[in-house]
Design a binder for this molecule. Structure first.
Ligand code: KIV
Length: 271
């Protein structure tokens, strides 16, 4: 493992430096103060306030319903906890596609009202005008290619993307377009490891993979998935570091039992 770069605050320039020196970038999602504080103290490089909040926080089956106001609420909670990590916030579905002025307005609201460090948008060439406009306001942009969950109704399924030549070529071209536009990094989601490695070698900006193999510059997972809080999502790429669902349930059952039996509170737990 490479020595880790010692910095007080991770910036987009630090991520670039990490790519150059071959240090892998760690990224996880967070949506609230308490978890963001743990992640930041543990030393994660990037915290993504992902629109996966729509799934794991709000219980929707897709990322589409979450609103800009809800994303700002989550991002503000995260920002109150974070000292070191770079905080990136997803622009939610409907807040940037089709109208680049609205995209800029949405990005400005996120930056102004939450204090976050950057925004992430899903897509390549088709949202270039929005990306250009946001970048022109000095807001750092992270791209997101491959499986883009906001387009799930177009794809129809969550299967691996870009397995065929034509889509792989399009993805590579989109990666060049995002780099040329000035994005500071690109998330590559659920694409063949070989393609992700090729793209990573071709572009200068760091790639962060999720289900994209080991040849990328960093990895991202949804916190609730890697901690085993969410149970109904088990793709091959997911490594679970815990089974918090069962642990929390066990603790809650023990508490209920202690309350019912009168074992809680004991003499030391009262005034
Ligand atoms: O919303 C999210 O959590 C994401 C990651 C899966 C990259 O976009």
């Amino acid at each position: 493992m490479k020595d880790t770069l010692k910095v007080n605050k991770v910036t987009t320039h630090v991520l670039q430096e990490m790519k150059l020196r071959g240090e892998k970038i760690s990224m996880l999602t967070a949506y609230d103060y308490s978890h963001a504080r743990i992640l930041d103290e543990a030393g994660v490089d990037v915290i993504l306030v992902g629109d996966s909040a729509s799934n794991v926080m709000a219980g929707y089956t897709t990322t589409l319903p979450i609103t800009l106001n809800e994303m700002i609420y989550h991002a503000s909670s995260v920002m109150r906890a974070v000292k070191r990590a770079l905080v990136v916030v997803d622009l939610p579905f409907g807040s940037y596609q089709g109208d680049s002025k609205e995209a800029l307005y949405s990005a400005i609201r996120i930056m102004k009202e939450s204090g976050a460090n950057a925004v992430k948008l899903e897509g390549g060439k088709q949202i270039l005008e929005s990306i250009d406009r946001i970048l022109s306001a000095g807001i750092p942009v992270m791209g997101h290619l491959g499986l883009t969950p906001q387009s799930i109704h177009k794809f129809g399924t969550y299967v691996v993307r870009a397995t065929q030549d034509q889509e792989a070529r399009q993805l590579t071209e989109d990666a060049y377009i995002l780099e040329k536009a000035g994005c500071f990094s690109i998330v590559l989601e659920k694409i063949p490891a070989k393609l992700a490695t090729q793209v990573t070698k071709k572009i200068r900006i760091p790639t962060i993979g999720i289900g994209a193999g080991a040849g990328v510059n960093g990895q991202v997972l949804v916190l609730h998935d890697m901690l085993g809080i969410s149970q109904d999502f088990s793709p091959r790429f997911l490594r679970r570091y815990h089974n918090l669902y069962e642990e929390i349930k066990g603790s809650v059952k023990a508490y209920i039992s202690d309350v019912k039996s009168g074992e809680f509170p004991n003499k030391r737990e009262q005034y």
